[in-house]
Design a protein around this ligand. Structure first.
Ligand code: GAL
Length: 786
C-alpha cells in the first residue's frame, strides 16, 4: 500500500506526468503478477459473503455439467459452444478416478478420457471451468468412480480416516491437480478453472462414520488446501465444511439453503434438470417451468452461482454406468439431450433466463436487498444500487395465481412462478410463460444409398461347454466369494462352478429336487449338468434374494454352473462399496422325501471361478466379419435401435458403446461394424440404424415477445397450424380459440419461415392484426414441419 502512495505523490509532482502514469500502471501490473506467481493473464478468483469475485468483481455465474467421458471428443466443441450460446459462463465436470486409473498406478487419459483436452476446449470457447475432482463422484457412475482394485487392497476402508485409503485418494487428487497445473489451467495461472471440489456430498452420510467421519472431512480440507490451486475449493452438501472450504447446495430447489459461514456466498452445485434412468424405468422428466422457477427463485433469494446437473448428460458407454441397473442413456432430460441436440423448450427458456440474470449482474451482486410480503406465499424482492433497481416477484403457492399491486402497477403472477422485472417496472420474464419453441424429435430410418433395410448377421455361439460340463475355471476356493473380489470388476460376468458327488444312497436324492441359491447377483443364470434350469432378474430393487428352481441330480458327479452378472456397481450411500454382488450364498441342494426336507449346503464345497466370456476374451467385437453397413447420410446423430433383442453388450467399430437391455446410440461414419453379444436370446432381424433430428416444432408465445423458430440446421418445410388470439390445445393438436386476429397467421408465417433454417417473428398486433380478446392475454400458437 505504502509503495503505491509514494509513487503517486511523486507522479503528481512530476512534469513528465503522462509518462510516469504509464510506468506506474505497468509497475503495478508487474507487482500483481509477482503476487499471483504465474503472471500474464492470471485471474484472481475469490469470494465474499455475497458472491464469487473474479478480478475483484462480484459475479452472477451460470454453469452446466458436461462429463467428458459421456460423449465423444468430436462432440465436445459443439456441446460446449451450445452451453455458451445457452447463456452459461462455466462448464462443470467431475474427474473419474476408475476410468483414469483402471489398474493401480497405470493411467489412461486417452480418447474421451483426455481431461486436459476437454478443459482446453472449455478455455478455447472463452468459458470458465469448475473441476469437481472428488475423487468419489457418485454420478451414477460405476462404483461412484472408485476403482475396484482399491476395494481389494488389504485393510481398506473407503471415505474415512483409513491410511491406505487416504494415501490412494491423495495420490490421485495430487496427480490430477499437478496435471492441470502443468497446463496452467487454473484461473490463478491464467486458465479457465475458477473452482475445485473435493469429496462429494459427504455430509449426507457423515453420520454413519462417527468421529472418524469428522476427522476425515477435516483431512480432506487440509489435503485439498495443501495442493495450492489458487482458486477456492468447494464441498457440496457439507454443512460442517471446515474453512476455507465453501459448502454448497445440491437438489431440485436451493432457495432456502444458507451456507455455514457468513463469508461464504450462496452457491448451488447441482440443480437436477431431470433425473437418471434405471433399466425398466420410465424416462424421467422435469418440466422446463419448474427448472426455471427453481433458478429464478434462487437468484431472488441471494444466490449468485448456479450449476445445472446435467446440462448435457450423454451416454454411459462400455461398463461405466453405476447401479445396480442404471441405464446406458444418461440423457437426464437435460437442456442438451443425449445426442447433443437442443432439448426445446428447456434450452431456450433457460437461455432467456440467463440473459435476463446476466443483465442484472451488478444490481444482484451489489444491490441492497429488501422484500415486500403480499401474503399467500407471494413476495417481491428489490435489489437496489444507486444507479438502478431490479425486482423479482415470486409466487410459491402451488395452486393459486396471484394478481398484485406492486409499486403502483398490477402484475399477474401464475402459481409456482417467478417474474423478473429488471427495472422493477416491466416484466421481461416469467418462469411459467414459455416463449420458446418445443422441438419434437423424430427417429428416421437409415437413408444411406444402397442400404438394405435389414442388416445381414453372422453368428457365433458363446463357447460354454467347458464351464457347463466340466465346471472348470481359473481358480478354486472352498468358499463363495463376492464377485468384486474374484473378478476385480474386469467383466460383468463371473462363473461359479462346483461338482457334487452324490452316492446312490444319499438321502437328498429323489424326486422333487431343487437348487436354492441365496444370491446378490444382479442377474443370474443357473445350470445343472449342462441344462439351463432358470434365470433371475431383480424386480423392485431387491438385490438380495433367494432363487429356487427344480433341478434333476443324478447319482455320481453333478456339475452346478452359475453365471452371475453385474449390471453396474452401486455408487451411492454410506459404505456402498461393501454392498455384496454375486453369489454370496449359501447354496443348497434340496431333496424331499414325503414331508421331510433334506438340505445339502454346498457353500464350503470347492468352487471354481471363471471371469468373463470367451467372446469378449477373443475380442470378437473387433473382427472384420460381422454385420457392416454404410453410415447414414447427413450430420444428424445416429442411433441403433436394438428392437427384438434381450440383453447384452454392443460394439460399434470395436468400441464398446454399452450394455443394452433394449436400444442404443453411437457416433459413426464410413463403413461400420456392429457387434452384439446377446445373452438371453432374440431376433436381430429388426435391429436397425436411425438418425435422430427435429421432426416438427411448436410454439405458444405471449404477445410482445419475439418467437425464434428453428429446425436445427434443416429448412422449415411447412406451417401446419398458426393462430394469434387465444388458441387452445397442445403441440400436435392446437386449435383456434374464441378470438383471433384479422390477418392470416399461417400465411404470414409461411412467407417468413418456410424454406429457411430459422426465422424470427414479432408476436404483436402490428404483425398479425387486431384481435378482440378482451382481458385475455394474446398468444401465437404455431406448429411447423421440418
Ligand atoms: C447427487 C450426486 C451426483 C448425482 C446426483 C443424481 O447426489 O452428487 O453425483 O449422483 O445426485 O444424479
Amino acid at each position: 500500500m505504502s509503495i503505491y502512495t509514494i509513487v503517486l505523490l511523486f507522479l503528481f509532482h512530476s512534469r513528465k506526468r503522462k509518462f510516469y502514469i504509464t510506468t506506474m500502471v505497468s509497475l503495478s501490473f508487474i507487482l500483481c503478477c509477482v503476487l499471483v506467481s504465474s503472471c500474464a493473464y492470471a485471474t484472481i478468483v475469490s469470494h465474499d459473503g455475497r458472491a464469487i469475485t473474479i478480478d475483484g468483481h462480484r459475479r452472477v455465474l451460470l454453469s452446466g455439467s458436461i462429463h467428458y467421458p459421456r460423449s465423444t471428443t468430436e462432440m465436445w466443441p459443439d456441446l460446449i459452444k451450445k452451453g455458451k450460446e445457452g447463456g452459461l459462463d462455466a462448464i462443470e465436470t467431475y474427474v473419474f478416478w476408475n476410468a483414469h486409473e483402471p489398474t493401480r498406478r497405470q493411467y489412461d487419459f486417452s480418447g474421451n478420457l483426455d481431461l486436459i483436452r476437454f478443459l482446453k476446449t472449455i478455455q478455447n470457447e472463452g468459458m470458465y471451468g469448475v473441476l469437481r475432482i472428488g475423487p468419489y463422484v457418485c454420478a451414477e457412475w460405476n462404483y461412484g468412480g472408485f476403482p475396484v482394485w482399491l476395494h481389494n487392497m488389504p485393510g481398506m476402508e473407503f471415505r474415512t480416516t483409513n491410511t491406505a485409503f487416504m494415501n490412494e485418494m491423495q495420490n490421485f487428487t495430487t496427480m490430477i491437480v499437478e496435471m492441470v497445473k502443468k497446463e496452467k489451467l487454473f484461473a490463478s495461472q491464467g486458465g479457465p478453472i475458477i473452482l475445485a471440489q473435493i469429496e462429494n456430498e459427504y455430509g449426507n452420510v457423515i453420520g454413519s462414520y462417527g468421529e472418524a467421519g469428522k476427522a476425515y472431512i477435516q483431512w480432506c480440507a487440509n489435503m485439498a488446501n495443501s495442493l495450492d490451486v489458487g482458486v477456492p475449493w468447494i464441498m457440496c452438501q457439507q454443512d460442517d465444511a471446515p474453512q476455507p472450504m465453501l459448502n454448497t447446495c445440491n437438489g431440485y430447489y436451493c432457495d432456502n439453503f444458507s451456507p455455514n459461514n457468513p463469508n461464504t456466498p450462496k452457491m448451488w452445485t447441482e440443480n437436477w434438470t431431470g433425473w437418471y434412468k434405471n433399466w425398466g424405468g420410465k424416462d424421467p422428466h422435469r418440466t422446463t417451468e419448474d427448472v426455471a422457477f427453481a433458478v429464478a427463485r434462487f437468484f431472488q433469494k441471494e444466490g449468485t452461482f448456479q450449476n445445472y446437473y446435467m446440462y448435457h448428460g450423454g451416454t454411459n458407454f462400455d461398463r461405466t454406468a453405476g447401479g445396480p441397473y442404471i441405464t446406458t442413456t444418461y440423457d437426464y432430460d437435460a437442456p442438451l439431450d443425449e445426442f447433443g441436440n437442443l432439448n426445446q423448450p428447456k434450452y431456450g427458456h433457460l437461455k432467456q433466463l440467463h440473459d435476463v440474470l446476466h443483465a442484472m449482474e451488478k444490481t444482484l451482486t451489489y444491490g441492497n436487498i429488501s422484500t415486500v410480503d403480499f401474503g399467500n406465499l407471494v413476495t417481491a424482492t428489490v435489489y437496489q444500487t444507486e444507479e438502478r433497481s431490479s425486482c423479482f416477484i415470486g409466487n410459491v403457492n402451488e395452486t393459486s395465481d396471484a394478481k398484485i399491486n406492486f409499486q403502483g402497477t398490477f402484475y399477474d403472477v401464475p402459481a409456482w412462478s417467478v417474474s423478473i422485472l429488471p427495472d422493477c417496472k416491466t416484466e421481461t420474464y416469467n418462469t411459467a410463460k414459455i416463449n420458446t419453441q418445443t422441438s419434437v424429435m423424430v427417429k428416421k430410418a437409415n437413408e444411406a444409398e444402397n442400404e438394405p433395410s435389414t442388416l445381414k448377421w453372422s453368428w457365433r455361439p458363446e463357447n460354454i461347454d467347458s464351464v457347463l460340463l466340466k465346471g472348470k475355471g481359473e481358480s478354486t476356493m472352498r468358499q463363495l466369494f463376492d464377485q468384486k473380489v474374484v473378478s476385480n470388476d474386469e467383466s460383468d460376468y463371473l462363473w461359479y462352478m462346483t461338482t457334487v458327488n452324490l452316492k446312490e444312497q444319499d438321502p437328498v436324492l429323489g424326486k422333487n429336487m431343487s437348487l436354492r441359491i441365496n444370491s446378490t447377483a444382479h442377474v443370474l443364470h443357473a445350470f445343472v449338468n449342462g441344462q439351463h434350469i432358470g434365470n433371475y432378474r431383480v424386480e423392485n430393487g431387491k438385490f438380495h434374494y433367494v432363487f429356487e428352481q427344480d433341478a434333476k441330480f443324478n447319482p455320481g458327479a453333478n456339475v452346478i454352473t452359475l453365471l452371475s452378472i453385474t449390471v453396474g456397481l452401486p455408487n451411492y450411500g454410506a459404505f456402498f462399496e461393501n454392498v455384496p454382488a454375486g453369489i454370496t450364498g449359501p447354496v443348497f441342494i434340496i431333496g424331499r422325501n414325503g414331508d421331510e426336507t433334506i438340505v445339502k449346503d454346498l457353500s464350503t464345497h470347492k468352487w471354481s471361478y471363471k471371469t468373463g466370456l470367451s467372446g469378449f476374451e477373443n475380442q470378437l467385437f473387433s473382427s472384420e466379419s460381422p454385420s457392416t453397413w454404410s453410415a447414414p447420410l447427413g450430420s444428424e446423430p445416429v442411433v441403433v435401435d436394438l428392437l427384438g433383442l434381450g440383453k447384452g453388450t454392443a460394439w460399434i467399430n470395436g468400441n464398446n458403446i454399452g450394455r443394452y437391455w433394449p436400444a442404443f446410440l453411437s457416433d459413426i461414419d464410413g463403413d461400420n461394424t456392429l457387434v452384439l453379444f446377446e445373452e438371453i436370446g432374440g431376433n436381430p432381424s429388426l435391429v436397425n440404424f436411425q438418425t435422430i433430428g427435429v421432426g416438427s416444432v411448436c410454439a405458444n408465445v405471449y404477445e410482445k415477445n419475439v418467437l425464434e423458430l428453428s429446425c436445427n440446421g434443416k429448412p422449415i418445410s411447412a406451417i401446419k397450424f398458426a393462430s394469434f388470439g387465444n388458441p387452445g390445445g397442445d403441440c400436435g393438436s392446437f386449435e383456434k380459440g374464441t378470438c383471433e386476429a384479422s390477418n392470416n397467421a399461417a400465411a404470414i408465417l409461411t412467407q417468413e419461415c418456410v424454406g429457411k433454417e430459422k426465422c424470427s417473428i414479432d408476436v404483436s398486433e402490428d404483425k398479425f392484426g387486431a384481435a378482440e380478446c378482451g382481458a385475455l392475454a394474446k398468444r401465437l400458437a404455431v406448429e411447423a414441419i421440418c
